[in-house]
Design a protein around this ligand. Sequence first.
Ligand SMILES: Cc1ncc(COP(=O)(O)O)c(C=O)c1O
Length: 306
Amino acid sequence: MVDKVKRIWLEGEFIDWDDAKVHILTHTMHYGVGAFEGIRAYKRVDGSTTIFRLAEHIGRLYDSCKLVMIEPRFTPAQISQACVELLRENKMDEAYLRPLIYVGDGAMGIYAPDNPIRSTVVAWKWGAYLGASAVDLGIRVKISSWARHHIHVSLAKAKMMGQYTNSVLAKREAKLGGYDEALMMDTNGYVSEGSGENFFIVKKGKLITPPLSASILEGVTRDTILTLAREEGIPVAEEMLTRDQVYLADEAFFTGTAAEVTPIREIDNRKIGEGGVGPVTKRLQTRFFDVVKGGDSSHPEWLTRV
Ligand SMILES: Cc1ncc(COP(=O)(O)O)c(C=O)c1O
């Protein structure tokens, strides 16, 4: 259960949590067109609170809107400001932020070009997305029987609501099968991503992740890890990966705003490397947490102070 906080930002105003209701004919509820983001704000070791890579997340939100052809009536600067003010309004020093742009009620039917485009930002407390021990011990993953959207079927670069039915199917299948998360392939059999995470392997010291031309979301955490790896002198490659490359990886991990850097210890009942958290994963994970909430101040451009 999400713990309720005091206020939600809706259409330019702060309203009480319990008043944030939508009409049942809200177009997005029926047809799934809309865009959203997931952003984390961390309390740092120095006591300050900073939002991690707010500009990049809001940039992707507007890219998603462009892809699905909806136009928010607020500017990126206004939505960014709403994120900051919402945390202040709720006196939160740590939070998961969920800006969401959706098509309101008006006309029904698929086209409905004149329905109002509404904007909201919600904040709540969210701990380790894949379970308390996941970040420290790693998770068990199953390759999904559900393929990720083909590039002619949907827009993987859009963080669009309707697209997530595909993720929900994969996640349910994995959880009901006794695993923690799903790894999805594309329709050609190449590795795509998790239900809500990007995917990396380490092989012979090289960090490898599928390229942006694959059917994946352009993860902000993915970019963060690629940047940090280059800074650490770890060779990186963006390449298509096959199932057997995954099974034979020395290390594997997922990245995402919710999942942060979550090691993978097993895929399809095969141990990955030693079946724990590999040394490259550990190094990148440590650096990641140092940058987002620790004492590492090497990337001030990624931090927005609340
Ligand atoms: C399908 C999918 N892939 C990857 C990611 C990771 O993206 P990010 O690191 O920007 O949170 C997410 C989460 O937003 C996602 O939903």
